[in-house]
Design a protein around this ligand. Structure first.
Ligand code: HEC
Ligand code: HEC
Ligand code: HEC
Length: 101
């Protein structure tokens, strides 16, 4: 009986730790002149995107971040790879969905 109880508690603890852990790289803030954007790993991995769809191309880590412009995004770079109005909402609009001002 004691052993069963111990196992149950251990299992619950492991589950709780996993739920609390951030997914992938967690939330990543990108600073820019228009109002910072927060990229959420949580939301993106829930959309059935594998890590490989974004790593190691086009992204490495926040530390190695190379800022690009909206114009480059409209041409399919970075967020624009998917936010093209087909796979996901376009970078040509919905400014406030990504930018918090
Ligand atoms: C839709 C794109 C996307 C997907 C899918 C994705 N990532 Fe990321 N990841 C990013 C972006 C964007 C950054 C930030 C890179 C930057 O600032 O240039 C990042 C950064 C990271 C970092 C570094 C965090 C930091 O603070 O430097 C880790 C670790 C990471 N991702 C792991 C993962 C893992 C593991 C998965 C799969 C579960 C995953 N990522 C899926 C886009 C993605
Ligand atoms: C899908 C998310 C997304 C949408 C939608 C979006 N942006 Fe951005 N924007 C970003 C990210 C991320 C950066 C920072 C890029 C980097 O650091 O590489 C950025 C950077 C910028 C910059 C600084 C770079 C530059 O191009 O001068 C401006 C200005 C900007 N956005 C304006 C806008 C406007 C205006 C809109 C709406 C028409 C918009 N953005 C829509 C994600 C988005
Ligand atoms: C590999 C494809 C991919 C890349 C790269 C990508 N996204 Fe997304 N993103 C998606 C998909 C798919 C959705 C869900 C469909 C939709 O909302 O149109 C989404 C949804 C979002 C949402 C809406 C979240 C919500 O509230 O439901 C935001 C904000 C967002 N992305 C920001 C970004 C930013 C900022 C970047 C670049 C740093 C980025 N995404 C790069 C595929 C991508």
């Amino acid at each position: 009986m004691r052993r069963v109880l111990f196992l149950a508690i251990t299992l619950i603890l492991i589950l709780a730790v996993n739920l609390a852990a951030k997914v992938g790289g967690g939330d990543v803030t990108m600073k820019n002149s228009f109002g910072n954007t927060v990229f959420s790993h949580d939301i993106h991995t829930q959309k059935n995107l594998s890590c490989q769809s974004c790593h190691p191309e086009p992204y490495l880590t926040a530390e190695k971040h190379q800022a690009i412009t909206m114009k480059q995004m409209e041409q399919g770079k970075s967020c624009g790879l998917c936010h093209d109005g087909k796979q996901a909402f376009t970078v040509k609009g919905s400014c406030n969905v990504c930018h918090k001002r």
